[in-house]
Design a protein around this ligand. Structure first.
Ligand code: ADP
Length: 723
């Protein structure tokens, strides 16, 4: 006879759709959410107890190897979130769990370091070397580090320990984050700011789910307002935790400084590029509730907060909240879901909210808090359109006469200029003048970009890199390869020729490879040591340069091309952001936008400063087509190793489409990037009515086709990329 055994279902942090059952051996306890080690094949892997069952059918089950008791169990609100997020994003449950388990080391206790510090007792005999050590020992530090600092041999330090003049102390390597000081005074708020801060603080204190949009022009002081909401959350509950999401790592440093000013302490900082030590410390401190404020990139949403009371999504319209690789998700949408499950408040902040969020605010689903003006003397910049048909630049030049003249005036007044061009490198296309061939990355439908500083041709999509060849790889002509169109490096060349005395710098991911390089550039711009900054998207957002009074948008039309449904909205948002860099202090600013299509509504209404009219225009278009926010969109992307396979499986998918009302499917069609890293890609676009569960539809569709593993199927709910 078999005895009932205790069985636990364990979710593994692997791309698996559901938990596996394991026997919990006698004497072992594991509550729901506990981290455990279990056998999987011949390996031992980490997982989380997802549930308990009693069953006697355990003949083939393996046993849990160990329960990890050095980390608190994953809170229920986090487990629920993982389930909901996985089903909404059509991602496997285990893959979603992997998003929260980004630091294995965090599950262990902090390692302990052995440090030395002075005891106050003098050594038997003072020597110059010993004196240097005791002077250098201002705080506990490792013996080797102290010897280095005092510039003595390690024997001297050891001697002092033996003498009792230094003692060895043990200290955890990962220290807790300092507590924020909520009683420090913030800025004196304007009436608008005060009203918004008061309403938000009420929402936070209600301990119910609320969503709010903080809608304020660039520089209107949204950050100051959400600081008050953070203070309210922390004041109301001594264990409350707050998460602030930012779209760009480039912005984090400046924001961290403002947090320090407001709360006396730098918050915990999370982004995926951070080293494993930082990640381990943040994760552990969040899990045990000691990290009260976390500032991070989108993946911070998956940290195991036990008591999340407020989530802030700054620049909520930013497309970088959408993760396009691995687990495809939109951190802005999942923030709302996370807050809902935790009965917390979510605050979406932007000067140019997404249409989806705006529609939610207009319908009353989200509170709509408005900041109408910049505080103090700062005014919004004037936005002027420069019609490139009327005053074009000279051949092979990119700056039009009106922009050059404005730059001249600005520099003469001792003020700064930002030229915005969202193209890295020297030229976005390399063409052979002999045979007309355009150079592509191997097995990929994407042009190579010429980078002159490094002499390389780079594919920005796949990262493929090669030296620029002297001969055309197609026809063999020598010296005929020529860069077409401008990138920031080429624009810098033109700018240097026109303004030889100006200090000019390029701000792109190529010139800011390290955090230090980035901070250095931002600091020099802030201090006025740069006259003209030429920047890509990295320079466009968030920065506060007080002496910057002219922004030139070199090629406004490029972001309107491509024709996806958000192109107009995105252009409007981006250009408002870029223009908003000008005139942040007392001096008035202006933005000049170079375009061949000044009559397009996005540009016309941007120049008129009428965001609401533009949003109305876009909403009307979307309503006509049944696109978000009036309907839902999804994409199915198939890729296969040959074009024939891709077509065959695309047909197969087409046939397997589930029958459902309120659903339109377009496709299959070759994806705009039809070949990527040797894989041939086909797309379906799915549009459904608002009340259709598009995630369920897409998952059901995928599950009806048993494609071989060489065919990859990607589901994208509310796609942002249509490539
Ligand atoms: P936003 O986030 O809306 O772009 P910020 O919060 O960054 O705006 O504020 C823009 C600038 O105005 C910052 O330098 C900030 O310190 C300053 N500021 C904001 N609110 C006030 C205020 N009430 N009094 C004085 N300065 C303020």
């Amino acid at each position: 006879m078999l005895f009932p055994m205790r069985i636990v279902s364990v979710l593994l942090a692997q791309p698996l759709p559901e938990p596996f059952d394991y026997i919990l051996p006698d004497g072992m306890e594991a509550e729901e959410g506990a981290f455990v080690v279990v056998p999987l094949g011949s390996r031992e892997v980490m997982g989380v107890v997802w549930g308990h069952k009693d069953s006697s059918e355990h003949a083939r089950l393996k046993a849990v190897s160990a329960v990890i008791d050095t980390a608190p169990p994953l809170p229920k609100s986090v487990r629920d979130f993982i389930e909901r997020a996985a089903s909404y994003s059509c991602a496997s449950l285990g893959y979603m769990l992997a998003m929260t388990m980004r630091s294995r080391e965090a599950l262990e206790e902090s390692p302990v370091a052995r440090l030395v510090r002075p005891t106050g007792a003098p050594p038997d005999r003072m020597t110059p070397a010993r004196d240097k050590v005791l002077v250098a020992a201002t705080e506990p530090m490792a013996a080797a580090e102290l010897a280095r600092k005092a510039e003595v041999s390690s024997g001297v330090v050891k001697g002092l320990v033996d003498q009792g003049a230094l003692e060895v102390v043990e200290q955890e390597v990962d220290l807790p984050y300092p507590e924020p000081d909520i009683d420090m005074q913030g800025k004196t708020l304007t009436a608008d700011q005060q009203a918004a801060a008061a309403e938000l603080s009420d929402l936070v204190r209600s301990r119910e789910f609320h969503a709010a949009l903080l809608d304020g022009v660039t520089g209107s002081g949204k950050t100051e307002v959400y600081f008050e909401a953070i203070a309210a959350a922390l004041r109301d509950d001594p264990t409350a935790q707050v998460l602030v999401l930012l779209p760009e790592i480039a912005l984090t440093q400046a924001v961290m400084g403002r947090f320090k000013e407001r709360f006396g302490a730098v918050p915990a900082e999370w982004h995926s590029a951070a080293g494993s030590k930082v990640r381990r410390r943040v994760w552990r401190e969040v899990a045990n509730g000691r990290a009260r404020i976390v500032v991070g990139a989108r993946s911070a949403l998956f940290l195991p907060f036990p008591n999340l009371r407020l989530v802030i999504v700054d620049e909520e319209h930013d497309t970088s909240y959408k993760q396009e690789e691995g687990v495809i998700y939109n951190a802005r949408d999942l923030s709302v879901m996370r807050a809902h499950g935790a009965k917390a408040t979510v605050l979406l902040a932007s000067a140019t909210p997404s249409l989806e969020t705006l529609a939610n605010a207009q319908s009353g689903k989200y509170r709509h808090l408005k900041l109408r003006a910049r505080p103090g003397a700062a005014r919004l910049p004037d936005i002027l359109l420069s019609d490139m048909r009327e005053s074009p630049p000279e051949k092979d030049r990119w700056l039009s006469p009106p922009l050059v003249e404005a730059m001249d005036q600005t520099l003469s007044a001792g003020e700064q200029v930002l030229l915005y061009l969202n193209r890295r490198g020297y030229a976005p296309l390399v063409l052979c003048k002999a045979c007309g061939e355009k150079l592509k990355a191997p097995d990929t439908d994407s042009w190579l970009t010429e980078h002159r500083y490094t002499g390389m041709l780079i594919c920005h999509l796949t990262g493929f890199t090669m030296r620029k060849p002297s001969h055309c790889p197609h026809c063999g002509a020598e010296g005929a390869l020529s860069g077409i169109g401008p990138g920031v490096e080429r624009l810098a060349e033109e700018t240097r020729q026109r303004f030889p005395k100006a200090k000019i710098e390029v701000f792109s991911s190529d010139t800011t490879r390290s955090n230090e390089a980035l901070m250095d550039l931002v600091n020099r711009m802030e201090r006025g040591e740069i006259d003209i900054m030429i920047g890509t998207q990295m320079a466009a957002k968030g920065h506060n340069f007080p002496n910057l009074t002219l922004v030139g948008v070199v090629d406004a039309d490029s972001s309107l091309k491509g024709g996806d449904l958000r192109a107009g909205e995105r252009t409007f948002q981006l250009l408002s952001q870029v223009a908003g860099r000008a005139g942040r202090a007392e001096k008035p600013g202006r933005a000049i936008i170079q375009t061949y299509a000044p009559e397009s509504p996005a540009f016309e209404l941007l120049a008129a400063g009428d965001r609401d009219a533009y949003m109305e225009f876009e909403l009307a278009q979307r309503e006509l087509l049944g696109y978000p926010p009036f309907g839902r969109l999804g994409a199915v992307i198939l890729s296969a190793l040959s074009s024939e396979d891709a077509d065959e499986w695309a047909r197969e998918f087409g046939r397997a489409q589930p029958n459902a009302g309120g659903v339109d499917v377009l496709g299959p069609a070759p994806a705009p990037i039809a070949v990527l890293r040797g894989r041939h890609r086909r797309r379906f676009l799915v549009r459904t009515d608002r009340n259709v569960d598009i995630s369920a539809f897409l998952s059901a569709w995928r599950d009806r086709v048993k494609a071989p593993s060489s065919v990859r199927v990607t589901l994208d709910v509310e796609p942002y990329s249509f490539m």
